[in-house]
Design a protein around this ligand. Structure first.
Ligand SMILES: Cc1ncc(COP(=O)(O)O)c(C=O)c1O
Length: 473
């Protein structure tokens, strides 16, 4: 079938135009029954919000328009099969892990992965071997594990059921993924890649090679992050037969809704079409626009540009004499909203088209100068080596955790105890302490610094929750 086609979107469009009479769910009946205050805003899309009636196909056993749309995606991304996901890359990561790793089996995992990977490990009852990322002075962040770490983990654990890597990172940074994949394949270990931030790598130049091209066995893409798809809409690609497609299909129907949104699925069909028909002219315009936006931002004295392998990711490192929070506050007051801010860096994500609000952006950028000149001095954060062990297993297995009770204790008293919850500064949502890991002085020191900096920690209690035997306090 031709990449110009959008079988699912076309089918929904034609159906909506035919003014169908609905005696089925959903209850809004093509938008006729809806709260008046919101009806006008929602109605165009509610006409597409249907259910599995005749000829609408079924996401969990597709044979019609959904199967055709998935096949077009598989052809475009060059995969064996592409699953449409309505539960984000979160659902894809869970399914990949559950399908490849059974209870008590080993799995090699990049430590600074998304929490959905961690949740997948726990649900599978896997025995994870974590690979610590390296600090990269060029970008001033922890990025990926080194090749040597991956090589040595594979050699120490040749019985691992999979190697799970994140590529690129949130900031668009890549690494020599191919070399790691080749090493894993020497041991017939499948490589599962969380490429949530890299769906657009399929476009080729000026973007880095995609994990699919580099030989990964299964890959997830949050289509909604970097392509024009709706939030949650994602792809899970099966690239080789090292992963069992039918087991993945099984877990996807366990994890995802039995009433998946047709609007989300259609947006995946449309996003694939957008990428597959992306023209040379659009590419040139996009590159020029990125460069122009960058020059506007770079002119401010309070930060420095940090290069990225992905040109759409514009990262700025805030200079020490400024507070990152105050820079973000000033931007937001001016109506400019970045993707994320860490302790020292602010990330802006450019889209795949020329920036349409450039005049508005220029005007708004002019209004932020004054507040920033008043910014307070920020103490230099001393960098702590958070991951001294390059290859690390949990101190308490997921099975053992069930036999323990959890207690909440003050942070300072928790050193030497085993964490009963992952501690995840947000953003970017990377756990600095794992559930089941023994708490070290360095963890606490780093956490205290982050709290001082005002970084939000995805953790509902003021102390730390730890594991102890029942009765032991
Ligand atoms: C690396 C990474 N993987 C997976 C996810 C989850 O993606 P989704 O929001 O599509 O469920 C995220 C979300 O930010 C992420 O950053």
């Amino acid at each position: 079938m031709d990449q110009q086609c959008t079988p699912l979107a076309e089918h929904l469009q034609a159906f909506a135009k035919s003014n169908p009479v609905s005696f089925h769910v959903p209850g809004h009946k093509h938008g006729q029954i809806f709260s008046p205050a919101y009806k006008a805003d929602f109605q165009p899309m509610l006409r597409w919000d249907v259910t599995e009636i005749t000829e609408m196909d079924d996401l969990h056993a597709p044979t019609g328009v959904i199967a055709e749309a998935e096949k077009l995606a598989a052809d475009f991304f060059k995969t064996e099969h592409t699953f449409f996901l309505v539960g984000g890359s979160t659902a894809g990561n869970l399914a990949m892990i559950l399908a490849t790793c059974k209870q008590g089996e080993k799995i090699l995992v990049q430590r600074n992965c998304h929490k959905s990977v961690m949740n997948g490990l726990e649900l599978a009852g896997a025995k994870p071997v974590f690979l610590a990322p390296e600090w990269d002075d060029d970008v001033k962040r922890y990025t990926s594990p080194s090749y040597e770490t991956v090589e040595s983990a594979i050699e120490q654990h040749p019985d691992a059921q999979a190697l799970v890597l994140t590529y690129p990172d949130y900031f668009g940074q890549t690494y020599n993924l191919k070399k790691m994949i080749d090493k894993a394949h020497q041991y017939n270990i499948p490589v599962l890649v969380d490429e949530a931030h890299g769906v657009h790598f399929a476009l080729g130049d000026p973007f880095p090679a995609s994990a699919i091209q580099l030989g990964a066995d299964a890959v997830v893409h949050s289509a909604h992050k970097m392509a024009p798809a709706m939030t949650m809409a994602s792809y899970l690609h099966i690239v080789t037969q090292r992963v069992d497609q039918s087991r993945i299909a099984h877990y996807l129907q366990v994890i995802q809704s039995s009433s998946p949104s047709y609007i989300l699925m259609a947006s995946l069909d449309i996003a694939r079409h957008f990428l597959a028909t992306y023209s040379k002219e659009e590419r040139i315009k996009m590159i020029k626009s990125v460069e122009y936006v960058k020059t506007l931002f770079v002119s401010f004295p309070f930060w420095e540009f940090v290069p990225s392998d992905d040109p759409l990711k514009l990262t700025f490192h805030v200079k020490h004499s400024f507070s990152t929070k105050s820079v973000v506050n000033s931007l937001e007051k001016a109506g400019i909203f970045p993707e994320l801010a860490t302790e020292e860096q602010i990330l802006f994500v450019h889209g795949l088209a020329s920036f349409e609000q450039i005049e508005m952006l220029e005007k708004r950028l002019k209004t932020i100068e004054h507040p920033l000149k008043k910014s307070v001095n920020r103490a230099t954060i001393e960098r702590i080596n958070l991951f001294p062990d390059k290859i690390q297993e949990l101190d308490l297995s997921y099975q053992e955790m069930n036999n323990y009770t959890t207690y909440l204790i003050p942070m300072k008293e928790s050193i030497g105890e085993i964490a009963a919850e992952a501690i995840i500064p947000y953003p970017p949502g990377i756990p600095i302490l794992l559930k089941g890991e023994r708490i070290k002085q360095a963890h606490i020191a780093h956490l205290e610094k982050l709290v001082e900096q005002g970084v939000r920690i995805q953790h509902r209690d003021s102390g730390l929750r730890i594991y102890r035997n029942k009765g032991e306090r």
